[in-house]
Design a protein. Sequence first.
Length: 168
Amino acid sequence: MSRPTLAALGLIAALCLSACASGGDERESEPAAPQTAETQAAESQDGETNEAALSVDGREFTVTLTMCAVHEGGDILLSGPAQENGTDVTGHFDGDASDAGGELDGEFRVDIGATGPYQSTDEFVAFGSSIGGTLTLSKQADDYVLTGSAWNAQGQSLGDGVLTFRCD
């Protein structure tokens, strides 16, 4: 091989190794929601951040939505840090759902102790249709309400989980 070819291969290898060494896990950054007329951003027009209220098994969480997208066809993408009301328990809330032939299919969960998106922990509360339950989306005034079967990390049923949110 010629020197320019070897130099180019060396540069490519160095860049790959540099990305791996710096923890270049592409899951660390949240995917951007498609910019369509149906997508609504997490930050409202007046610059305030949207918050969501999650109720699961008598526990109440406030979620600061850093990602909030609802598409007209039923696709939903939500993410943000979560705080259990009245405690110092924190975590990260992530979830998505899509319309699968007239039924909403998806899962939403608070990973207790997680500090960012896509981090799984051994303690969580979740709700959705992943364990065979139902997931419904309704609109009440300017708010969306997601309701679904809830469970914990041990697979125990927690009744229904209810998330009220707004994407301004």
